[in-house]
Design a protein around this ligand. Structure first.
Ligand code: DAT
Ligand code: MG
Length: 137
């Protein structure tokens, strides 16, 4: 079993898609071992996306992530990291495959509905950024 870190981003939360996204998560066989609703500050969003600090879209990205409430989650499954990235689809919703969450709920490359860790090391960092061990059940 593997764990990954996921976010229902502020665009999808504000549009009322959190319930549908959670339904897909359960339907695909993930166990939700951690879940909470947060409203990130700009500084918290910058810390989370620190690896992207030199990218031209860093300001836009961290403004967006601190623009409203989101849902942060830890998902568990076999090959959870790849399984969740596959369910999300490509970063740009216009390029995401039919049936993926970003295709269905994303509106632009910046506002793309969901986040998912891309490797075991990033999953470990991202899970510990938002959750203590006691919160993972
Ligand atoms: P992913 O979220 O698929 O792992 P990433 O790690 O390359 O993609 O980028 C993190 C987020 O930054 C992404 O979900 C949306 C935003 N982003 C990426 N490329 C962008 C771009 N060219 N313009 C605006 N936002 C971008
Ligand atoms: Mg990424």
């Amino acid at each position: 079993m593997e764990r990954t870190f996921a976010i229902i981003k502020p665009d999808a939360f504000a549009a009322g898609h959190a319930g549908k996204i959670l339904e897909r998560i359960y339907a695909e066989g993930f166990k939700v071992v951690g879940l909470k609703k947060l409203f990130l500050s700009k500084a918290e969003a910058e810390g989370f996306y620190y690896v992207h600090k030199d990218r031209p879209f860093f300001g836009e990205l961290t403004d967006f992530m601190s623009s409203g409430p989101c849902i942060v989650m830890v998902l568990e499954a076999e090959n959870a990291i790849k399984k969740w990235r596959d369910l999300m689809g490509a970063t740009n919703p216009a390029e995401a495959a039919e049936g993926t969450l970003r295709r269905e709920f994303g509106t632009s490359i910046g506002e793309n509905a969901t986040h998912g860790s891309d490797a075991p090391e990033t999953a470990a960092f991202e899970i510990s950024y938002f959750f203590s061990g006691m919160e993972l059940l």
